[in-house]
Ligand binder design. Structure first.
Ligand SMILES: [Zn+2]
Length: 189
């Protein structure tokens, strides 16, 4: 009888030990995942696994069908980038952001703007007075909603980014009014 009780106690102790080591292993793996996700360093080097067309180095033009884009972009980004939707003002992640670094197209990875050209605009969207280089952004006339505006598109994937206005600050007088969701910011090292 005594040995049965002793055996049961041993089983109980072993179970508690195994469970607690399982818990601690799990919590370690969760926190290390969070550390990777929040690290700016790793963000600047990882690829977007769900989007094989995304590249920070390939500058060749991308011409994909809507069906191909739909497979690799989130529904929110697809709505703005491919269907020319606009995010609500004062809601995007970059309208009030002032980090030093470079902004890339979040759909294809093309270099679009430097943070030096970003300015504090009251419009509620991230605003720049100059594109990174001549091929970064291309334009189309947009006659939607009874207005004639200049639409700004990514120079590589021709995804919608926002609009270009003539009421920006010196030295260009331009205001690239962008949707945050279309931009990926990478901090300078
Ligand atoms: Zn792009």
């Amino acid at each position: 009888m005594k040995s049965i009780v002793l055996f049961s106690v041993l089983i109980l102790v072993a179970s508690v030990f195994l469970y607690s080591s399982y818990r601690s292993q799990n919590s370690v793996s969760i926190s290390s995942t969070e550390a990777v996700n929040t690290s700016q360093e790793s963000f600047s080097t990882i690829e977007k696994l769900e989007n094989p067309y995304y590249s920070r180095t390939d500058t060749n033009k991308l011409t994909l069908t809507d069906a191909q884009w739909k497979k690799v972009l989130s529904p929110d980004l697809y709505a703005v980038s491919r269907e020319k939707d606009t995010e609500r003002p004062f809601t995007g992640k970059y309208w009030e952001f002032s980090g030093k670094g470079t902004y890339y197209c979040s759909a294809c990875g093309f270099k679009l703007f430097r943070s030096d050209a970003k300015f504090a605009s009251s419009c509620g969207w991230p605003s720049f007075f100059e594109q990174e280089n001549l091929s970064s952004v291309v334009y189309e006339i947009d006659k939607a909603y009874g207005m004639e505006r200049t639409e700004a598109l990514c120079g590589r994937c021709e995804g919608h980014l926002g609009h270009l206005f003539d009421d920006g600050p010196k030295p260009t007088g331009k205001r690239y009014c962008m949707n945050s969701i279309c931009l990926d910011f990478v901090a300078d090292h």
